[in-house]
Design a protein around this ligand. Structure first.
Ligand SMILES: NC(=O)c1ccc[n+]([C@@H]2O[C@H](COP(=O)([O-])OP(=O)(O)OC[C@H]3O[C@@H](n4cnc5c(N)ncnc54)[C@H](OP(=O)(O)O)[C@@H]3O)[C@@H](O)[C@H]2O)c1
Length: 220
């Protein structure tokens, strides 16, 4: 979308997994030092909004705030068609950052009312799965110019499938986790031909305390 810069990022094992086969992604946080956390929080502070899928909220319960770096908290956006975000989740209870939950029109009303009681903005999507173009237009109307898609694999796929991504960063931890059911950096249905695949260009490589950090730009 014109006027909107979309960054997708994630941390994966050397074999491409973003969480163990039980999907408990917090296991991977043991590889992150305070310097890594600071770097991640600096990236968060550089965007206007961070986007994650409801499965990540359920699996990892992140707060998605900027704590280890200077800068302001971005708007937190959860893609959650059926309003399944747990009411006790940190995002709903750490109120120092604004939150928006995108739901489908038929999401249960009682849950929507609970979200509203937590000072959360609700965006109703015209489609069952949240329509990302519609979402980006609404975000841009709120002044959002840069977004960071933090995961998980299904949400990253939707952004790549719809050719909405400008930049990608991949953090590679020095470990192999395996697991055919473990989520990977980008999941979804996958592209079946080279014409459809998203081509990327390596822009920078650095190693920070054992983690290899790659930045790519998406070729158009
Ligand atoms: N290492 C990392 O960088 C990292 C980062 C984040 C997460 N993770 C891990 O990733 C796993 C969760 O990832 P996941 O792939 O299972 O789920 P996800 O991407 O977090 O969430 C996917 C869900 O979001 C909802 N959704 C609504 N609109 C969507 C759209 N347009 N496109 C895609 N999804 C949409 C759908 O649920 P509804 O149909 O119910 O709306 C969908 O099932 C966890 O294991 C977590 O630990 C790792």
């Amino acid at each position: 979308m014109r006027g909107m810069h979309v960054i997708v990022g994630g941390l994966m094992s050397a074999d491409g997994k973003i969480a163990p086969a039980n999907h408990k992604g917090r296991e991977f946080s043991q590889y992150m030092t305070s310097q890594h956390e600071q770097l991640l929080h600096e990236i968060r502070a550089s965007v206007d909004a961070v986007i994650i899928g409801v499965n990540t909220v359920i699996a990892d319960d992140p707060s998605l705030t900027v704590r280890r770096a200077k800068g302001r908290n971005p708007l937190r956006v959860i893609l959650d068609s059926q309003a399944k975000t747990p009411i006790e989740s940190k995002i709903l209870n750490i109120e120092e950052a604004p939150t928006l939950i995108a739901v489908a029109k038929d999401a249960p009303n009682d849950k929507i009312d609970l979200f509203k009681s937590k000072n959360v903005d609700i965006l109703f999507s015209s489609t069952q799965k949240i329509d990302l173009n519609e979402l980006l237009v609404k975000l841009s109307e709120r002044g959002v110019k840069r977004v960071l898609v933090e995961g998980g694999g299904e949400v990253r796929w939707s952004f790549f499938e719809q050719k909405l991504v400008d930049e990608l960063f991949v953090w590679i931890i020095p470990a192999i986790w395996g697991g055919r059911n473990a989520p990977t950096l980008v999941d979804g249905a996958g592209f079946l031909s080279a014409e459809d695949a998203v081509n990327i260009e390596l822009k920078s490589v650095k190693q920070v305390e054992g983690i290899l950090i790659l930045w790519f730009s998406v070729k158009r």
